[in-house]
Write a protein that binds this ligand. Structure first.
Ligand code: NAD
Ligand code: UDP
Ligand code: UDP
Length: 312
């Protein structure tokens, strides 16, 4: 059945891929974005589509629209961007969640929250299951994002318990792919752009820290699988690819795939940078019947093709 679906942060990296999928599936999409990190370029191909509507709006302000379902993705996701105006980052997560939950409550609409593996902080449990409460510094430079997202989860579960809202909370682990912002400082886009330009590849720290990288198409499939579960499934559910790599391995792979002459340089590790991260996706596997299918090399090739077109 065709629905009218609100996607906040819909002009961003993940949001624009989600809009694409929802339109393909025959839904009407209302994309709400303040264009802080998102771009019209990400959704330009949808602008003429009668089933797509774009609205410039900041989710920290109330929003009165009529929709059947809500995906709440609005929030800068890369450390450079979320640390640019940390107070606004917390407001976006917290006031944004309150407004979108208020909207969902008035409409009795199902609502999805794009939470994050950052709720686990610098974890001492590895890989991270949903039951792990995390190890987050409440006053560090990453806290505006981590604590904002943690508080948003609290709000989602309190609206669920207190008002009976239908909620779906996904904890997203590092995801990459076409339409990542070339200057947002995340590791995959940084390394690819540097390698394409023949610039030095900047490894922070000694490069022994790990991340597990999920390709965007797999992740969006996970979003829809979670959204379409029955009301008893609230999450939180980890979504990510458990294949774990050191940052040094990632650098080597990018250099080799591009055939780049770039050399690796080592720079200071930013504060509170998690040492290791890998999702335990047992819950997604059993509850959603979801596993990622695109492995790092294959996903990097697709992502490199995208950046080759846009990077000068
Ligand atoms: P992104 O920066 O590309 O997208 C975020 C979008 O939200 C942008 O279009 C931005 O303009 C918009 N936005 C920011 N503040 C807003 C506000 N106050 N009002 C309206 N719009 C606003 O990042 P992304 O990678 O697409 O991330 C999307 C969501 O997924 C975020 O909530 C992020 O925290 C979450 N997430 C992403 C990853 C990842 O690896 N990509 C991992 C964990 C969680
Ligand atoms: N809200 C909104 N759109 C709506 C309904 C509510 O943006 O359609 C916002 C409104 O600003 C409110 C917030 O959501 O402050 C929380 O709403 P809720 O009904 O939970 O709380 P209350 O209105 O009682 O503060
Ligand atoms: N990183 C790096 N060089 C870069 C950008 C990031 O070595 O140019 C490191 C960063 O310190 C972190 C990892 O790569 O250890 C992932 O960083 P990203 O910002 O992509 O995601 P997050 O730290 O939020 O998981």
């Amino acid at each position: 059945m065709s629905k009218r679906i609100l996607v906040t942060g819909g002009a961003g990296f993940l949001g624009s891929h989600l809009c694409d999928r929802l339109i393909e599936d025959g839904h009407d999409v209302l994309c709400v974005d303040n264009f802080f990190t998102g771009s019209k370029d990400n959704i330009r191909h949808l602008l003429g589509n009668p089933r797509f509507e774009l609205m410039r709006h900041d989710v920290t302000f109330p929003l009165y629209v009529e929709v059947d379902e809500i995906f709440n993705l609005a929030c800068p996701a890369s450390p450079i961007h979320y640390q640019h105006d940390p107070v606004q980052t917390t407001k976006t997560s917290v006031h944004g969640a309150i407004n979108m939950l208020g909207l969902a409550k008035r409409l009795n609409a199902k609502i999805f929250q794009a939470s994050t593996s950052e709720v686990y902080g610098d974890p001492e449990v590895h890989p991270q299951p949903e039951e792990y409460w995390g190890r987050v510094n409440p006053i560090g430079i990453r806290s505006c994002y981590d604590e904002g997202k943690r508080c948003a989860e609290t709000l989602f579960f309190d609206y669920h318990r207190q008002h009976g809202l239908k909620i779906k909370v996904a904890r997203i682990f590092n995801t990459y792919g076409p339409r990542m912002h070339p200057n947002d400082g995340r590791v995959v886009s940084n390394f690819i752009v540097q390698a394409l330009r023949g610039q030095d590849i900047t490894i922070y720290g000694d490069g022994s820290q790990t991340r597990s990288f999920c390709y965007v198409d797999d992740l969006i499939r996970g979003f829809l699988a979670l959204m379409n579960t029955d009301a008893s499934v609230t999450g939180p559910i980890n979504l990510g690819n458990p294949n774990e790599f050191t940052i040094r391995q990632l650098a080597e792979m990018v250099i080799e795939l591009i055939g780049s002459k770039s050399k690796v340089i080592y720079m200071p590790l930013p504060g509170d940078d998690p040492k290791q991260r890998q999702p335990n996706i047992e819950k997604a596997r059993t509850v959603l019947d979801w596993v990622p299918s695109i492995q790092l090399e294959q996903g990097l090739i697709k992502t490199i093709e995208y950046f080759q077109k846009i990077v000068k």
